[in-house]
Design a protein around this ligand. Structure first.
Ligand SMILES: NC(=O)c1ccc[n+]([C@@H]2O[C@H](COP(=O)([O-])OP(=O)(O)OC[C@H]3O[C@@H](n4cnc5c(N)ncnc54)[C@H](O)[C@@H]3O)[C@@H](O)[C@H]2O)c1
Length: 364
């Protein structure tokens, strides 16, 4: 066929969820050329109407099942409480849709595995919202490490710590069945993802961890800003977890997450890599967009600290969604069934198992 120069068919997207995740996905997909959000689902009727009306989405549903049942969607996005990720993703994949899913892939590694299996079986893309990895400062560090030798990177410290940031005390976030866990399942996937990405994707083999829920159980440490849904539940998860991860490279990662603690933490994201001949540090306080990187080395026998000027524009969800759309359009997705997100879920399973059993455990 001669190339007529006509544009490809628009990609038709259905968005599930009306909170931060759903709204962010809706706006990101809608902003891309050749992409149409044609359906949206969520249970808060006024918000559903407001979003659908203001963004011109023609079809709206209360329940995700009715959206996924449509046979004219190419993509379903999943921005709902964690326990619904697997059922929605598996139903969408099995009916031939590509899926863009929020982190964590699922509350447990077993459920995450069933999602990846469904993607492989249906031969559809399963992508996960690791938006923080797409920050310009993280990408700068990735490029810096590609272009500079800091020797063997033997250890990383990766943490997300809050002073008082339990996202909705009593919401689905603090319910074990719905969330799967506390900050380790909520913030941990991002911090593990950034560390593994910067360390060239080693495999985590063994984990030794602790977890506590001292503040949340006493009704302390709640975020005043959280607008999450599903209130009035008991606090059943940890508010602090800390883990030592042993890697197949012989290296290690100290992964720490907290929603709340009596400490100097505010809203602190930190990743440090220790190399044999140099080091790097990312420190983001309160979602800072400048001055977040330090590079450590040695010159003429003296320690040197370099502070690169890297500004972090907004739009990290847009970046990962743009990559997802490009993968779908390319028709080449044999490596895009969600396996790398599955490994992160398996590691987090091992963190909880280790904390519960008070011993080092192997990652499945
Ligand atoms: N990547 C990130 O930076 C990031 C940030 C925030 C949240 N998240 C993730 O996004 C997901 C949602 O978080 P949120 O803060 O937007 O939650 P939220 O509580 O604000 O919103 C959840 C939405 O799910 C909808 N929902 C629940 N049950 C439903 C059903 N049966 N059918 C249709 N819709 C249903 C609710 O109506 C609500 O609109 C979570 O997995 C969370 O971990 C990721």
């Amino acid at each position: 066929m001669p190339d007529t120069g006509s544009a490809p068919e628009p990609l038709r997207v259905g968005v599930v969820g009306l909170g931060f995740a759903g709204t962010t996905a809706l706006d990101a997909f809608s902003s891309l050329p050749g992409v149409e959000v044609v359906a949206i689902a969520g249970q808060e009727q006024p918000r559903l109407d407001e979003l659908a009306d203001s963004r011109g989405v023609p079809n709206r549903y209360h329940d995700w099942e009715d959206l996924v049942a449509r046979d004219d969607l190419d993509v379903v996005t999943v921005g709902v409480p964690n326990h619904l990720h697997a059922p929605i993703a598996i139903a969408a994949l099995s009916s031939g849709k590509h899926v863009f899913c929020e982190k964590p892939l699922a509350p447990t590694g077993g459920l995450a595995q069933s999602m990846v299996d469904a993607a492989r079986k249906a031969d559809r893309v399963l992508e996960i919202a690791f938006n923080h990895r797409r920050r310009a400062d993280v990408q700068y560090l990735r490029r810096y490490l590609d272009e500079h030798d800091i020797g063997r990177i033997y250890h990383a410290r990766s943490s997300w710590r809050r002073r008082a940031g339990i996202p909705g005390l009593g919401s689905w976030f603090t319910n074990r069945e719905m969330a799967g866990g506390g900050p380790m399942v909520d913030l941990g996937p991002h911090m593990l993802d950034i560390a593994l990405h910067l360390m060239d994707e080693p495999r985590v083999e063994r984990v030794s961890a602790v977890a506590y829920g001292e503040l949340g159980r006493g009704g302390r440490g709640g975020s005043t800003a959280a607008k999450t849904t599903g209130g009035n539940r008991a606090f059943e998860v940890e508010d602090f977890a800390s883990a030592l991860l042993r890697l197949d490279t012989g290296g290690s990662i100290h992964l720490e997450t907290s929603w709340a603690s009596y400490s100097a933490d505010e809203e602190d994201i930190s990743v440090e890599l220790l190399g044999a001949t140099g080091g790097v540090r990312l420190f983001i306080r309160d979602y800072a967009t400048d001055g977040t990187i330090r590079l450590y080395g040695e010159e003429a026998g003296a320690p040197v600290v370099t502070i690169p000027t890297v500004h972090v524009p907004a739009g990290h969800h847009l970046a990962v969604i743009r990559e997802f759309v490009a993968t779908v359009r390319s028709g080449q997705w044999a490596n895009a069934y969600g396996d790398y997100a599955l490994h992160r879920s398996r590691v987090i399973d091992a963190v909880y198992q280790s904390a519960e059993e008070h011993r080092e455990v192997e990652v499945a």
